[in-house]
Design a protein around this ligand. Structure first.
Ligand SMILES: Nc1ncnc2c1ncn2[C@@H]1O[C@H](COP(=O)(O)OP(=O)(O)OP(=O)(O)O)[C@@H](O)[C@H]1O
Ligand SMILES: [Mg+2]
Length: 403
């Protein structure tokens, strides 16, 4: 447990909700003065925080959490003009894909937006964290992908967060990779199903979905290909550890193939640094290196390594409901705000984003700088690891057949 997790939260009251989305008929001037006063109040509270020094790291963490609480609590995030569909992918295992998916989804839903999570991983970890039923036999994404069932028949509402829905994954999905190989339109099945569901909601008078997150398994097989075809944006979580960029060029190559043949809209809009431990040089080096390669797309917010984040799924919860005042929850809330505001500014939503080609060149051209003690070590260009990382054969065949 980090110091910040253990530390009591500072007794700072929540600011009043921002009137940004108020529809109470008040005049523009009154609204903007309320907005100003709320912003002013938040700014004054932040200003009143003591200034930490370098030799008080615990104080610095507490101060940062307090600042985040003041700035974020009660804030409503901007609604995107159209549904943003974000595929959370990295074929490396355990980098925080699922944790990022469920916590960003919960944070956006808590901030007033309608959010749907597609659990596209046979492990069903996102379903577990969102507390939805996903025992074998439960209607799930398997029926949608393999049997062509409508998403509406399988989607479940989160028990803890309003406006949050999940299409669960059961163990049945583990066979889907093989079953899909011989199917017609095997790469576009999820996209067709989601398009139909979004349309169905509107026709049935249900609120439109603002954000869809697709959680991917740690591989580049047909399930991930389906996730890339349904998505418009890719969010890549990168763990601030050894080999952080290993495999990234393979991932970018796959995205490039999908862009070229199946989904021209797809772009890498966001990179999020996860499990960041500011006390280690390694985490700082990895973060620096990722920001050098992807200066525009890497969120300013990093997610710290936090015991509360890792505990939450065992209670069938996201950290956003398990411990909303913890440093981990506040980091995900801040990351969600950045994501939402970048989208509203046109940076992440509909903008070209990172074209996989130059990004790929950047990663391939990277020289391993930043390795501890000057070693050419922990972050290597992917080419040297190609023999270790292979695309799933059926998926590769599927994608190449289209060329
Ligand atoms: N910021 C964090 N602090 C501490 N633990 C974390 C953090 N983020 C994720 N974890 C833990 O690390 C492990 C891996 O995270 P997660 O399941 O999100 O990764 P993943 O990329 O989805 O894994 P997989 O590739 O198996 O799907 C989990 O036990 C999770 O609880
Ligand atoms: Mg996962």
């Amino acid at each position: 447990m980090t110091d910040a997790d253990k530390a009591p939260h500072l007794p700072i009251g929540d600011p009043v909700p921002v009137a940004a989305t108020t529809t109470d008929g008040s005049t523009g001037a009154r609204r903007s003065s309320r907005l100003d006063s709320d912003e002013g109040r938040r700014a004054a509270l932040v200003e009143s925080l003591p200034v930490p020094t370098d030799d008080t790291p615990l104080m610095a963490e507490l101060q940062q959490d307090a600042r985040r609480r003041i700035e974020l609590r009660g804030r409503r995030f901007p609604q995107p003009q159209q549904t943003r569909i974000i595929t959370v992918a990295n074929q490396k295992g355990g980098v925080g894909k699922t944790t990022t998916t469920v916590n960003l989804a919960a944070a956006l839903a808590q901030s007033g937006l309608n959010v749907l999570v597609l659990d596209n991983d046979p492990q069903g970890n996102a379903s577990t964290a969102l507390g939805v039923e996903h025992r074998a036999g439960t209607p799930s994404i398997y029926e949608v992908l393999v049997e062509g069932a409508p998403i509406a028949d399988a989607v479940q509402q989160s028990p803890d967060v309003e406006n949050l829905w999940c299409l669960p994954a059961t163990i049945d999905l583990s066979g889907a990779e093989i079953e899909l190989v011989s199917m017609v339109a095997r790469e576009t099945r999820l996209r067709n199903a989601l398009d139909a569901y979004l349309e169905w909601r509107v026709q049935n008078g249900q609120a439109p979905i603002d954000y869809v997150f697709v959680d991917c398994p740690p591989s580049l097989g047909l399930l991930t290909v389906n996730a890339f075809v349904v998505g418009r944006e890719v969010l890549i979580p990168i763990q601030c550890e050894y080999y952080a960029l290993e495999g990234l060029s393979q991932l970018l190559k796959t995205i490039q193939l999908i862009q070229a043949h199946l989904n021209p809209e797809l772009h890498v809009s966001t990179i999020l640094l996860t499990m960041y431990d500011a006390r280690t040089n390694l985490a700082q080096q990895v973060a620096g290196e990722v920001r050098t390669h992807f200066p525009e797309r890497t969120l300013r917010t990093t997610v710290p390594r936090s015991v509360r984040i890792s505990e939450a799924p065992s209670y069938g919860q996201t950290v956003m409901t398990y411990d909303s005042g913890s440093s981990g929850a506040l980091a995900y809330l801040e990351a969600a705000r950045e994501l939402a505001e970048r989208g509203a500014d046109g940076l992440g939503d509909g903008a070209p984003g990172v074209d996989a080609q130059p990004a790929l060149a950047a990663v391939n051209g990277h020289d391993g700088a930043g390795a501890p003690n000057g070693e050419q070590g922990h972050i290597q260009p992917d080419e040297s690891h190609d023999d270790r990382i292979r695309m799933n054969e059926p998926a590769m065949a599927a994608t190449q057949e289209e060329q």
